[in-house]
Ligand binder design. Structure first.
Ligand code: URP
Ligand code: ZN
Ligand code: ZN
Ligand code: ZN
Length: 471
C-alpha cells in the first residue's frame, strides 16, 4: 500500500520546507503540498522533522579483534542503528594476508545476510599488495560494488600495512575510481611506546591514551595526505580526533588534494579523563585513536562547521565491560579496542551540534547522511529525500528530552559510553525503503530485511575550503 507522510518538515542538506511525502514501492514518488492521500496509509508527522535516514560510514559488527569478537552483530547492531535514526551502514570487511579478497567478502556476506534490518555495504581492508591482490581489486569493484578500501597505519603485527601498500593502494584507487580510507596513527612508534610503558609497570587504561599521543596521529595523517597528493588519488581519513590531524587535512585540502576526514561523536563530547575512572572503568573508554584532552573538541567542531571534516561515523566496535574489556586487567594493551556508538551517533550530533548552535540543521543532514552517500557511491539512492530516492526516512521529534543510558539502549553491550548524557531530540519512527523498521519507538522490522548495497565509484565532493581560499 502507498504511504503518505503528512505535516512534517523535510530537512535535506540544502533545504528546509514543509511538504507531504508520497512513498510507493520503497521509493519517494512525490513531494508537495496537500497531496491527495485517499486509499493510502497516512502517517502524521506533526511537529516532527523528516530527515533522510542516517548513513553510518564506519562500523565493525561481529569483528574478530583483540582476542575476542565485537559483541554487536549485524542483527543487534542494525536494530540499534535503526532505533537511533540510521538506515544505512558501511561495515569494514577484514582480510587475511595470503587469502583471496573474495573469501573475506564471503565471510562478511555470511555474517550479515539474514541478520541486517537496514541496508548495508562493505569497505574492504587491504593489508598487502601483490599481483593477486591487484588482479582481484577490479573484480571486487565490478562484481561486489565495493568502491572503498581501508589501509591501517597502526596495530603493528595485526592489521598494520606499510607505506608501500598504502601508496600502491592509492595508485590503484585512482585508476579504478575508488576511495582509500586510512586509520592514521604511527603504529611503529606506538609499538615502542607501549612496550616502554609496560616495562615501567604502567599498565592502567590511561596508558592506552598516553602511549598514542596526538602527534602520532598528526604524523600519520600528514604522511597519508602527502602520499595521496603524490599519487593524485583520493583519501578519506577515518576517526580524526585532534587538532594535529585536522591541521594536516586542512593543509592538504588547501593545496587542492582530494582528502576528506571523518570524526566520531565520542571525540566531540568525551575526553581523555574518562580513561582514569577508578575500578578499571577507564577500560570502557579504550579505543583507537584514544580520547583526547578537552581542548581538541573545539578543533573538531570548527572543522565540521568549516567543511574541512565532512562526516561523522560511529566507529561502532562494541565489547562488554564484563567478560571482554576485562581481558586487559593488568595490561592495557590487552583491552579490546572499541566502543558502542552506532545507536547514539545521530542523536548526539543533533543535540550537541544543532541544539547547541554549533552546526545548523542542514549541515547536520550533510554530515550525518548526505556526504557519506556522495563519497561512497550511494547518492542519490541514499542520503536525501527526493523523488526517486529510496524512502529511508527518519521521523524525528526535535524537542523530546531524554538521558542516554545502558538501561534504554538497544545495543548488545553492558554499558553505554554516553551514560547520563542529556540529549534533545529522538527518532520516533524510521522507514527503510518505505517499510517501518521502528514505529512509535518500537522495533517492527525483521532480520534479513536489509539489502546488500553495491556502490558506485567515488565522485569528488566540492572542496568548499579550497573555494574559500581562492576568493
Ligand atoms: O578502537 C577502535 N577504533 N576499534 C575499531 C577498529 C578501528 O581502529 O577502527
Ligand atoms: Zn581505526
Ligand atoms: Zn574503526
Ligand atoms: Zn512528534
Amino acid at each position: 500500500m502507498k504511504k503518505m507522510i503528512k505535516n512534517g518538515t523535510i530537512i535535506t542538506a540544502t533545504e528546509t520546507f514543509n511538504a507531504d511525502v508520497l512513498i510507493d514501492n520503497g521509493k519517494v514518488t512525490a513531494i508537495g503540498l496537500d497531496l491527495p492521500s485517499a486509499g493510502m496509509e497516512v502517517i502524521d508527522a506533526k511537529g516532527c522533522y523528516l530527515f533522510p535516514g542516517g548513513i553510518d560510514p564506519h562500523t565493525h559488527l561481529e569483528m574478530p579483534f583483540g582476542g575476542t569478537v565485537s559483541k554487536d552483530d549485524f542483527e543487534s547492531g542494525t536494530i540499534a542503528a535503526a532505533f537511533g535514526g540510521t538506515t544505512t551502514i558501511i561495515d569494514f570487511c577484514l582480510t587475511n594476508k595470503g587469502e583471496p579478497l573474495k573469501k573475506a567478502i564471503q565471510t562478511w556476506h555470511a555474517k550479515s545476510k539474514d541478520k541486517a534490518v537496514i541496508d548495508y555495504g562493505f569497505h574492504l581492508m587491504i593489508g598487502e599488495i601483490n599481483e593477486r591482490v591487484l588482479a582481484e581489486i577490479p573484480q571486487v569493484i565490478e562484481e561486489e560494488g565495493i568502491t572503498s578500501f581501508k589501509v591501517f597505519m597502526a596495530y603493528k603485527n595485526v592489521l598494520q600495512a606499510d607505506d608501500e601498500t598504502l601508496f600502491r593502494t592509492l595508485v590503484m584507487a585512482k585508476k579504478h575510481g575508488a576511495l582509500v580510507m586510512v586509520h592514521a596513527e604511527n603504529g611503529d612508534v606506538i609499538d615502542y611506546l607501549t612496550k616502554e610503558a609496560l616495562a615501567a609497570g604502567n599498565t592502567d587504561p590511561i596508558y592506552h591514551a598516553l602511549t598514542r599521543p596526538p602527534e602520532i596521529e598528526g604524523e600519520a595523517t600528514g604522511r597519508a595526505c602527502l602520499l595521496a597528493g603524490l599519487a593524485e588519488s583520493q583519501l578519506y581519513v577515518v576517526h580524526v580526533t585532534c587538532a594535529e590531524a585536522v591541521d594536516k587535512i586542512a593543509e592538504a585540502r588547501n593545496k587542492g588534494f582530494t582528502v576528506y576526514g571523518e570524526t566520531c561523536p565520542q571525540y566531540l563530547v568525551l575526553d581523555q579523563s574518562a580513561l582514569e575512572k577508578p575500578d578499571f572503568e577507564g577500560a570502557k573508554y579504550v579505543w583507537s585513536p584514544p580520547l583526547r584532552e578537552k581542548k581538541h573538541q573545539q578543533a573538531l567542531w570548527n572543522a565540521l562547521k568549516s567543511g574541512q571534516l565532512q562526516t561523522v561515523g560511529s566507529d561502532q566496535c562494541s565489547f562488554d565491560f564484563n567478560g571482554q574489556k576485562d581481558l586487559g586487567k593488568g595490561d592495557f594493551t590487552k583491552i579490546p579496542n572499541g566502543g558502542p556508538f552506532i545507536e547514539d551517533r545521530f542523536s548526539v550530533l543533533f543535540s550537541e551540534g544543532v541544539k547547541k548552535g554549533r552546526i545548523n540543521v542542514n549541515e547536520f543532514v550533510d554530515i550525518v547522511s548526505t556526504r557519506s552517500a556522495k563519497l561512497f557511491g550511494l547518492f542519490p539512492q541514499k542520503g536525501t529525500i527526493a523523488v526517486g530516492s529510496d524512502a529511508d526516512i527518519v521521523i524525528f521529534d526535535p524537542e523530546i528530552e531524554r538521558t542516554i543510558s545502558v538501561n534504554s539502549h538497544h545495543m548488545a553491550v553492558d554499558y553505554n559510553a554516553f551514560e547520563g548524557l542529556k540529549v534533545t531530540g529522538e527518532p520516533v519512527s524510521v522507514l527503510s525503503r518505505g517499510e517501518f523498521v521502528i514505529r512509535d519507538k518500537q522495533f517492527v522490522g525483521k532480520p534479513g530485511m536489509g539489502n546488500y548495497l553495491r556502490r558506485g565509484k567515488h565522485v569528488q565532493l566540492s572542496n568548499r575550503a579550497k573555494v574559500e581560499a581562492l576568493q
